[in-house]
Design a protein around this ligand. Structure first.
Ligand code: PEP
Length: 253
């Protein structure tokens, strides 16, 4: 099954208008590449309008790093789907490990956010669901148990038709921002597990892009992306450097 590669930049709480301009200019040089790879940039939400201003072509897609599960109301500091969609987001990251660990994203809340995105009527948005084990969980051989529990909880109410709007990012927590990358074989093993899990539940399982995230850099991207079930990456630190990010996008082709 031929899936289009996907590379997503997660700027976390980094970047500014100047970097948005520089990155947009670097990507603008890459029209050929952008026709082969789905490139998505998730800046902090306040930078989405700056991106819209610079990305005046359709080839780069925008995403948000999180969303509130409610439509609107008394949720100080939060962003609704309507606001993010209006600001240009087409993809929404959900369940990033930093949000699971530090910002109260329980399995129930992640499921509510996934359902909110996929049931949103005003606009067809895509979910990027992040899953992954901690170092202690890997060392005690719980990786697939943990990943399966995260997938089951988050996707419990998702229909087969809705799965065509879901991307899954496997991000081992011990590899995020640490410089410790999973080896291609380690990453592929978990991706294969996720693919098989999806195949048991959804007819369209083979079309779901599975991305690896965790210290992907320009020099290790190619070997990771060469694995059969790795369809691209979710990139943190290296997505703040235009040259490195473009090189990673090239490695996905
Ligand atoms: C991330 O935050 O999703 C991530 C993978 O970060 P990094 O590439 O810096 O490890």
């Amino acid at each position: 099954m031929q899936r289009q590669p996907v590379v997503i930049a997660n700027w976390k709480m980094n970047g500014n208008r100047q970097l948005a301009k520089q990155m947009a200019e670097a990507l603008r040089e890459e029209a050929g590449l952008l026709s082969q790879v789905q490139v998505v940039v998730c800046p902090p939400a306040v930078l989405l309008p700056a991106w819209q201003q610079h990305v005046f072509y359709d080839a780069v897609h925008l995403g948000a790093q999180d969303v509130n599960e409610f439509e609107h109301g008394a949720h100080t500091g939060e962003h609704s789907l309507a606001l993010l969609g209006e600001a240009g987001a087409e993809y929404i990251l959900i369940g990033h490990s930093e949000r699971r660990q530090h910002y109260g994203d329980t399995d129930a809340r992640i499921s509510a956010k996934v359902n909110a995105v996929l049931n949103y009527q005003a606009q067809q948005l895509k979910v990027v669901l992040c899953v992954g084990e901690t170092e202690a969980e890997r060392e005690t051989h719980q990786t697939t148990t943990v990943v399966e529990a995260q997938l089951s909880a988050a996707l419990e109410q998702v229909t087969a038709a809705q799965m065509t709007h879901v991307v899954i990012a496997y991000e081992p927590v011990w590899a995020i921002g640490t410089g410790k990358t999973a080896s291609p074989a380690q990453a592929q093993e978990v991706h294969r597990f996720i693919r098989s899990w999806l195949q048991q539940k959804y007819a369209a399982a083979d079309t779901v892009p599975l991305l690896y995230g965790g210290s992907v850099k320009a020099d290790n991207a190619e070997t990771l992306f060469a694995e059969q079930d790795i369809d691209g990456g979710l990139i943190g630190g290296a997505s703040l450097e235009p040259d490195a990010f473009v090189a990673i996008c090239r490695a996905a082709v």
